[in-house]
Design a protein around this ligand. Structure first.
Ligand code: PMP
Length: 457
């Protein structure tokens, strides 16, 4: 039974007292009362299938009983935190997390968010290499602090102020909208099975995009080289943009050959979500020097982490680096339970199975509807790029996009939105979703797109 503030009161408080930058997914945003696994319930008791929670924080399912239990019992025992003291939960978790990573990444620094993790990663890279410049990709999202907002290259998340120094952007090899194409060369199972036959290093588009990266270095970075190249394994906020095959491997080899570090931002792609691998970087065949993670790491409790090598971590001993809430026992207990649940409930395999099925189904929409320009992604990280016209690929306008997402919501399906023009439907559910949920998602989208096409929306 709902006992909170009524809907209108919440809107009034929001208008009067809450920072106005928060954009809602829907024109009439949900007032959530409770959520369990893949389901959320609003203040009226209506149930929705949440196909977007994974982006926000929920990895293994809303209020997953094992995670809740772990956090609750830790809360009863000890909440005091600070890395001035020691508590076993943090060390147990650190050991568990290290086991999921390649052996050289054996040092962990626990923080509270993805932005903090990326800030720290850049600090480590700069101190270790004694260089300042960092290259990120266009349309990347790496955070909202000054430095990470500068790393981010999406105008929608930037404010008119000076950028943090030393950050440069290279062209994102956008294989759908970019000038050289290359969509056939993605890792996405639906694309590669159907089209891609390029042997390594022989995809023309990939090679041309790579030349742009070389240019970005040659024109912007001192001849002594850059401290780091940072990349998401699949760009999330950008609208699920996938690198063409072998591109990131080549980029990685390039930064390593100039004694720079490669930072993999796994905030969205980590923990088995992409299906084939536990970490997204594994699909690219690269071996990062630093990995950052956050979001679903503790299934909703605030947490972020940086993993690196013993040697790189040493640079932090030059001064003190302190983080009040980093590694707090409650987040660690929850994060530890998350790793257990992913393993015991075989959620990585579920991401692969349900994700590949959903991708395959959704790709049929591309053949059926003029406004479905592209369907892409891997595992349970999927993007459906809506366009005004398949030929021109002009993004669907914002009003139509809202119509579509609102109509899905009214039927009981929550979907996300992303991309520079906000025209990409993002599907990133809790990893526990089932085939039934995938079918429901396809059916609802099919129904709503049909209505839209017949001008009934
Ligand atoms: N990196 C990526 C890839 C992200 O998607 C985000 C959040 N959208 C961040 C970093 C920043 O994480 P946080 O919001 O926890 O600071």
């Amino acid at each position: 039974k709902y006992q909170g503030l009524d809907y209108d009161t919440v809107q009034k408080i929001k208008e009067a007292h809450v920072v106005p930058c928060i954009k809602s997914l829907n024109s009439k945003p949900l007032l959530i009362n409770e959520a369990h696994m893949q389901w959320i319930y609003d203040h009226t008791g209506k149930r929705y299938l949440d196909m977007f929670a994974g982006i926000v924080t929920v990895s293994v399912g809303h209020c997953h009983p094992r995670v809740t239990e772990a956090a609750k019992s830790q809360l009863d025992k000890l909440l005091h935190c600070s890395n001035l003291f020691q508590h076993s939960t943090m060390y147990e978790y650190t050991k568990k997390l290290v086991k999921t990573l390649p052996p050289h990444l054996n040092v962990i620094y626990l923080v509270n968010s993805g932005s903090e993790a990326n800030e720290l990663a850049i600090l480590l890279a700069r101190l270790y290499t004694k260089k300042q410049d960092v290259i990120a990709f266009n349309s990347a999202y790496h955070g909202g602090t000054h430095l990470t907002q500068t790393l981010t290259a999406l105008a929608t998340y930037k404010y008119p102020r000076n950028n943090a120094p030393g950050i440069h952007h290279a062209m994102m090899p956008d294989v759908y909208r970019g000038i050289w194409g290359g969509a056939r060369c993605r890792y996405s199972p639906i694309q590669t099975k159907r089209y891609c036959e390029c042997p390594p290093n022989q995809c023309d588009a990939t090679n041309k995009f790579y030349e742009q990266l070389v240019n970005a270095f040659q024109y912007n970075v001192p001849i002594t080289g850059a401290a780091a190249l940072i990349a998401e394994s699949i760009q999330g906020v950008a609208g699920v943009k996938e690198f063409p095959r072998y591109f990131l491997r080549k980029a990685y080899e390039m930064i390593k050959s100039t004694d720079g570090l490669f930072i993999s931002d796994e905030v969205q792609t980590g923990f088995g979500r992409t299906g084939d691998n536990f970490w997204g970087f594994e699909m690219h065949g690269v071996s990062p020097d630093i990995v950052t993670m956050a979001k679903g790491i503790a299934n909703g409790l605030p947490m972020g982490a940086v993993a690196t090598t013993t040697e790189i971590a040493q640079v932090l001993t030059k001064a003190s680096h302190f983080n009040t809430f980093g590694g707090n026992p409650v987040s660690c207990a929850a994060a530890s339970a998350v790793l257990d649940v992913i393993k015991d409930e075989e959620l990585q395999a579920n991401c692969k199975e349900v994700g590949t099925y959903l991708l395959t189904q959704l790709s049929k929409l591309r053949d059926q509807f003029e406004i479905v320009g592209d369907v892409r992604g891997k595992g349970l990280m999927i993007g459906v790029d809506l366009v005004q016209n398949k030929e021109t690929r002009v993004p669907l306008n914002s009003r139509h996009m809202s119509h579509i997402l609102d109509s899905c919501k009214d039927i009981g399906l929550i979907l996300g939105r992303g991309g520079l023009s906000g025209n990409v439907i993002r599907i990133k559910p809790p990893m526990c979703v089932t085939m039934e949920d995938a079918k429901f998602t396809y059916d609802v989208l099919h129904h709503v797109l049909t209505k839209f096409q017949n001008k009934k929306l």
